[in-house]
Write a protein that binds this ligand. Sequence first.
Ligand code: G6P
Length: 594
Amino acid sequence: MCGIVGYIGSNEKKNIILSGLKELEYRGYDSAGISVLSNNILSTFKTTGKLINLENKCKDFNSSGFGVAIGHTRWATHGKATEVNAHPHFGESSSVVHNGIIENFLEVKQLLESRGKIFLSQTDTEVIVHLFEENLKIYPNHLEAFKNTINSLIGSYAILLITKSAPDRIFYAKNGSPLLIGASKDEIYFASSSTPLIGLIDRVCYLEDGDIGVMDTKSFDNLKNIQPMGGEKISSQKDGYRYFMEKEIYEQHKVLKDTLRNRILDDDIILDLPDNFEDDISRIYICACGTSYNAGLSAKYLFEREAKIKTDVVIASEFRYADPIMEKDTLFIVISQSGETADTLEALKLANKNNLKTLAICNVDNSSIVREAKYSLLTRVGIEKGVASTKAFSSQVILLWMLGIYIAKKKSLISIEQVRTQVSNIKASIEATKVNACIHDRLKKISKRYLHGHGFFFIGRDIFYPLALEGALKLKEISYLHADGYPGGEMKHGPIALADSELFCVSLMPKHLLYDKIKNNIQELSARDATICIVAQEYNDIADDIVLIDKFNSYMEEFFAMMIVLQLLALEISIRLGNDVDMPRNLAKSVTVE
Ligand code: G6P
């Protein structure tokens, strides 16, 4: 989603901003722009499409000496993805970039228009720069003018503003959208996540909601909560794979071992949580969006069956406005690969306000969600670049599974022997994510049969139902074909009306869980001529197509082996359709607006 980078210093500002924006590129965007203020000249460049277009547009531009610069990648919310709607937005002598949504922009715009301001774009953001310039006429002090501007805005925002009459500083404000400031020797950097700043700064300050201020090269030390920031830039490479998504599917069996690292000792589960963590927990509430929601739904089956703890799962955007009943004995878990999803973050804040015990399952340390949660456990699978989430999903399920067993053990709901069995099952399940080259070849081949039709149903029962949801989500994200996940037993209550030979039913048929039940459900669809693609351990004659996974002894190993099949199936269909696998249209990796 939208990304922000800012810089104060003497190095080539254009290059710094462009390479920072490149680090944010994988998150998804549809236009981009930069403004550089140096030697009293404010230059702005904007384009639609990929950053390469912006690079080409400003290839002859250089700015020597000291100056300030801001840049932005935009994921359209208000107004189409056009050049004029791209950020930065500018007034007579100032320029602004913004992530988030200004909810009262229409009122502010009307007021400014009544005072003669001309608006160029359809965005909510443009009001900020015009209001600031109006306020500068009233308040000679720049910071006062900026503060008054911000205080008139309702909504969520991370904002950077530069202006010609204060050429050595950047004005900033944060509320609800992430923003951080970093410093190295004589330079100051801003960004909407730490990724663009790794290797460039040695100290960082994660701004809090409500922070408004101004920064020059001398004022960094006045900030609160400055932390050291080390690390070298590790630019993620495709390592010979065609797409990041493909690489991330293949590396799951390795990186999932990092999810386990130091958490399994002598066949026991040790989590970095306080001793009495399990006290007062008699139920679990899980809240998340997208793929993380599907991981949460999978965890419900594990928590209830294997750990004997009552669990509810809810989509974060639904939770927020439903006046949810929050009982004190609840562990409130949020799941997020990015740690920045606006709805999940707000749901978490609500749970904190209600004094629940909150725990984040997240892949990004220091993200807004990790910082907001009372406790957190990191999935540790490294940066995920493909917008369609793969290794984040598997790591979330593994970590939640461990958490359930950990709590059940501490509450004496299961025996030490049962813990041991679960631990060996977890390890075996990780092994089951190793891609079998023959299965991948088979998927490459059969994918050509699934490029048309009037839609897909992915069906499964029990924990294979959330896996079916995830398989359908993967496919629609990157193929743009209609796909739905459904519980196998529910198809006859409506969806079966769609069955004909052009309806593709990808059916998850584990040997070790409700085999006969799902077989019946598949037979019902087959009898109505639906095209059936079965994923199973053994040959079955109801199938039009069959993808055979290896032989496993437990349903969770089958779960993870089938997950790989679904991820690869989506990948191969998307490749055949000629789509941008890693950056599918309209999607963003980090969704910072509600
Ligand atoms: C976006 C991403 C999805 C992700 C969802 C939730 O839609 O494209 O891959 O599942 O957000 O993101 P989170 O970072 O909270 O897991």
